[in-house]
Design a protein around this ligand. Structure first.
Ligand code: FEO
Length: 168
């Protein structure tokens, strides 16, 4: 990016680069949840399907929040390439476990940007990211609660477990 644009930005340039990486991560998460929704849809696991379609939408919304934040603050948001999406899963439980792993990675990534913002006195990004920190806490909690359902209902038919998966 040219120097004039960088000078007009409210966001620190290094932080903006991390935010652009985060857009890519959120879009990859969205595509990944879409693949999980499709796996569930093919097996008539209706609540799990609804859960993952909703997750896919939410991740896209997260990406868009960051995208607009960068451009609204004088930066340059980058539309990412999304590739390497896995569509091949072993089981419904493994899908939720992968989802939790993905959420933990996103949380770590958000923390990294938060720390960079703090280090660079990028106050606007620090405030902006607080919403994401709360959101990640809720999302990790949602996945952990679902994995608990699997543990509690071990040995029960998959359809019965699916009926316990929250869709909201
Ligand atoms: Fe937007 Fe769940 O990470």
């Amino acid at each position: 990016m040219n120097t004039i644009v960088r000078k007009q930005m409210s966001i620190h340039p290094d932080v903006m680069d991390l935010l652009n990486n985060q857009i890519a991560m959120e879009m990859k998460a969205s595509a990944s949840y879409l693949a999980m929704a499709s796996w569930c849809d093919q097996r008539e696991l209706l609540n799990s399907k609804a859960f993952f379609y909703k997750q896919a939408e939410e991740e896209r919304e997260h990406a868009m929040k960051i995208f607009e934040f960068i451009n609204d603050n004088g930066g340059a948001a980058i539309s990412p390439n999304v590739n390497g999406v896995n569509n091949d899963f072993e089981s419904l439980l493994s899908i939720f476990e992968l989802g939790l792993e993905q959420e933990i990675s996103v949380t770590q990534s958000i923390y990294k940007i938060f720390k960079a913002a703090r280090k660079n006195d990028d106050f606007i990004t620090e405030v902006f990211l607080q919403w994401f920190i709360n959101e990640q806490s809720e999302e990790e909690d949602a996945f952990r609660s679902i994995i608990d359902i699997f543990n509690l209902m071990e040995g029960m038919p998959l359809k019965m477990i699916d009926e316990r998966i929250p869709t909201e």
